[in-house]
Design a protein around this ligand. Structure first.
Ligand code: C5P
Length: 403
């Protein structure tokens, strides 16, 4: 997948820069060509000479170098690549990218490029979790910057936590997956998947609504993971704070009825994953204006919402080959999930423990069990992104055997 691919590798100033020589070696072993830009602080950790020797190319450092500019202007440098990879991506370079600052060759190339950008963040855990860095991360993701890692582990500063740059094999895998997806050669290429995600909002009047605490993180991650395996994905999302995933068609809806309509209209699909926390009830009559506070509170008359998962699972010519539901439970997790699988006629249920303290609602991790006709598979606690990737891999394996 990496053969003949041109990687513009931007090395910023972090201790993880010591892994970059190995990364360059592995990229070249796989047939990629690597051209490096190194920042001033990056050069404190790894020498430009090392990068030049391993990449077999000139290493670019200086925005104002007359020789570099005449040889290869910074605009051309940023365009003559298939992807720009920033590794390690420090808090500083992420902040500059988010701001659109261009005060050296690296940031100028990043601003001038029309090519996809991937970053491998690496920094101290407090720097990574700082709201400023997290806000920059969201900005970058919203601009379709692909983010790989960071992982959890020992940090050079002696602290332990999130912030360790993704390992070289993971970076190679992310790059391969990126190119695979682009060439439509992913395991799920040619398949259409519908994913529902997030909560629904059921209006009470013109300004009030009934909702739930679903963040949409898990559903959005599933949509991303399926797209990364080459599926064409329609994500039907209730109101969330999650950015629209890259490479996915997103339909924004508010109510369960709208979600149902969008799901039906998105058919046919071979794969459906219902991860949305659809409100069970809607308010029967909703005035088009705000209800006035009176002497007595109004009573709400509720009626049941359509069950999207059960509807899509109904036998018929349009029934997708694989319908996957989620079951959030606080007790008797597996037993209830098995009952739900039968009641809704879906194929698989991803059962997740949402009991207080599990951190599943709104959190980044999830402990799930995959309930299928064949039995129950219990997965360790994983990041929602990793749960999504595993699920996508299982779906790809199903597609390979059955579709
Ligand atoms: O019945 P319960 O809400 O626990 O079932 C959860 C599963 O059913 C999830 O996959 C959810 O997306 C789906 N569901 C649905 N439409 C509803 C209610 C639940 O698609 N109205």
């Amino acid at each position: 997948m990496l053969d003949n691919k041109r990687i513009l590798l931007i090395v910023a100033g972090g201790i993880a820069a010591v892994k970059i020589p190995d990364l360059i070696r592995r990229l070249r072993e796989r047939g990629a060509s690597v051209r490096c830009i190194i920042t001033k602080s990056g050069a404190q950790f790894v020498t430009p000479l090392t990068l030049a020797a391993l990449s077999g190319d000139k290493v670019y450092q200086d925005l104002f170098s007359l020789t570099d500019e005449s040889d290869m202007g910074h605009i051309r440098l940023s365009r003559e690549a298939d992807i720009l990879l920033v590794a390690p991506a420090t808090a500083d370079i992420m902040a500059k990218m988010a701001m659109g600052q261009a005060d050296d060759l690296a940031t100028t190339a990043l601003l001038a490029t029309d090519k996809p950008v991937m970053i491998a963040p690496s920094m101290n855990v407090m720097m990574w979790t700082h709201p400023a860095t997290q806000a920059n991360l969201i900005t970058l993701k919203n601009r379709a910057v692909r983010v790989i890692g960071p992982g959890v582990g020992d940090l050079a500063c002696g602290e332990v936590g999130d912030g360790r740059m993704a390992e070289v094999p993971d970076i190679l895998a992310a790059l391969s997956q990126f190119f695979q997806k682009r060439q439509g050669q992913g395991a799920l290429s040619g398949f259409h998947a519908i994913v529902t995600s997030g909560p629904t909002h059921e209006p009470i009047d013109a300004v009030r609504y009934i909702a739930n605490r679903s963040s949409g993180k898990q559903g959005h991650a599933v949509a991303t993971a399926l797209a990364e395996l080459g599926a064409s994905v329609t994500l039907i999302s209730g109101p969330t704070h999650e950015p629209d995933p890259d490479g996915v068609t997103v339909q924004h809806v508010e109510t369960a009825a709208q979600m149902m309509k969008a799901a039906r209209e998105a058919l046919p699909a071979q794969i459906v994953v219902c991860a949305a926390a659809v409100a069970d009830w809607k308010v029967d009559s909703t005035p088009g204006k705000k209800l006035k506070k009176g002497a007595t509170p109004p009573s709400l008359s509720l009626s049941e919402n359509p069950d999207i998962l059960a509807t899509l699972s109904q036998a018929g010519p349009q029934r997708p080959a694989l319908v996957v539901g989620f079951a959030a439970e606080t007790d008797n997790l597996i037993e209830n999930a098995q009952l739900k699988r039968a009641a809704k006629n879906c194929d698989w249920i991803v059962a997740n423990d949402v009991s207080p303290g599990s951190g599943a609602f709104g959190g980044d991790s999830n402990t799930v069990h995959l309930v299928t006709a064949a039995g129950v598979e219990s997965w360790p606690t994983l990041r929602k992104r990793a749960v999504a990737e595993r699920l996508a891999e299982r779906i790809a394996a199903f597609a390979e055997r059955n579709l």
